[in-house]
Design a protein around this ligand. Structure first.
Ligand code: NAD
Length: 382
């Protein structure tokens, strides 16, 4: 069996699906591993490092695509690559099956199996495969580092002979995986941190990191949507959060916003008035930009300066920390592979809850019910 490691082709992508140090267990099972030249370079892994680990460098990308039985990737292959997949190939990656299901049509039309890391159920057994959490952790950290770099102020309080400098004030909206990492990072840099989340359960975690949790009276409505996620709120409930955010923005130097509701556009929580209330030089990092953004002025992927406030809407912050983002992702991929590779062979048990949940399509048939609903028109015409 042949496992292929491709060079990612998405713009500004620097991560790689598997690093040389993650390959021992696969090689020990007798699996041949072939890497496209330069695949790991941006993530700190040279071709030489791969060959030293026992990997062969591919003659070219096309032959690798045509011969690989297993293709762990970071991003979905484009339509041309999908059309070249070997019959029976198993593709694993962030395939965006809920955001862009039709972009997978060419792969679904082939007798392949597609697993999406976004769809791995967030149950205890699958925690070691939770690549969304891994990438959210990296993004939460990096968002604060980027903000600290762009802020024309210091983060920590300094008491010097030239006077005292007060600490920066950081406001984190959405205290999930990314938000909690942002809080921890801002605290380590010495900032005073406040955080808001609709889930009351987040309060204890926020406080345990030394930040202040801002509570909003939402009139006792249910804010939990199951699985630890937030529910989509009514406009009235959202408005109460928006009011709090506008008030808090006025004294915040940095806002890192991460609020999301799975499968829905990101809630619009930050009004123009909140940006206008911030001091010139303040920085807002909208980590929800890939889902449209939490700020009503956000343009995903575009940096703006509004009344002197820097508004950043990065689409792929983990790619700015490629070594560790790849390392964490590779471990998630390896743990996922352990479910489908037995003694060097692919053995697919789609009755397994994790595999069934993560499977986009198997042998031309959509498997995950949410994806199959979205794909109905595309698959009926393919
Ligand atoms: P997410 O990316 O979907 O959302 C980020 C945060 O935004 C969440 O904390 C959510 O409550 C918050 N949010 C949503 N709407 C909001 C609004 N209107 N106002 C303010 N905040 C809002 O979530 P995530 O970070 O991936 O995970 C959230 C939670 O899911 C975790 O804290 C955890 O409890 C659970 N989780 C479980 C597992 C697991 O069991 N394997 C893994 C990851 C996360």
């Amino acid at each position: 069996m042949l496992l292929g490691i491709l060079k990612e082709t998405a713009p500004a992508e620097t991560r790689v699906a598997l690093l040389p140090e993650s390959l021992k267990s696969l090689l020990a099972q007798g699996i041949s591993i072939v890497v496209e030249s330069g695949a790991g370079l941006a993530a700190g892994a040279s071709d030489q490092a791969y060959t030293q680990a026992g990997v062969t460098i591919a003659a070219d990308r096309l032959s690798l695509l045509a011969t690989a039985d297993l293709l762990p990737l970071v991003n979905a292959p484009d339509a041309a690559d999908q059309a070249r997949l070997k019959p029976g190939a198993v593709v694993i990656g962030f395939l965006k099956p809920l955001d862009a299901p039709h972009a997978l049509a060419a792969a679904i039309a082939r007798p392949t199996t597609l697993f999406s890391m976004e769809l791995v159920p967030r149950i205890s057994r699958a925690q070691s495969m939770d690549a969304l959490s891994s990438m959210a952790t990296v993004a939460g950290y990096k968002a604060v580092i980027v903000a600290a770099d762009r802020l024309p102020r210091l983060f920590p309080m300094l008491m010097t002979a030239a006077g005292t400098i007060p600490p920066a004030r950081v406001f984190v909206i959405g205290a999930g995986v990314a938000g909690l990492q942002a809080i921890a990072t801002a605290r380590r840099l010495g900032a005073v941190v406040e955080a808001y989340d609709v889930r009351a359960a987040a309060g204890e975690q926020v406080r345990s990191l030394g930040a202040k949790f801002l509570d909003v009276d939402l009139g006792g409505i249910s804010t939990e949507g199951g699985g630890g996620y937030a529910a989509e709120l009514s406009e009235e409930a959202l408005d109460r959060g928006r009011d709090l955010i506008t008030r808090t923005a006025a004294h915040s130097d940095v806002i890192v916003t991460t609020a999301q509701v799975p499968g829905r556009p990101a809630p619009r929580l930050i009004r123009r008035a909140a940006i206008e209330a911030m001091r010139p030089g303040s920085v807002l990092v909208d980590l929800a930009a890939p889902a449209g953004g939490n700020c009503e002025l956000t343009q995903p992927g575009v940096e703006q300066t509004l009344n002197g406030v820097t508004l950043l809407a990065p689409l792929n912050l983990p790619a700015e920390v490629p070594v560790h983002a790849s390392q964490l992702y590779a471990r998630n991929i390896l743990n996922f592979l352990a479910l489908i590779v037995k003694k060097g062979e692919v053995v697919l048990d789609l009755s397994d809850e994790v595999l069934a949940g993560a499977c986009v399509a198997h042998n031309r048939i959509p498997v995950n019910p949410r994806v199959s609903k979205l794909l109905e028109p595309a698959t009926s015409t393919s």
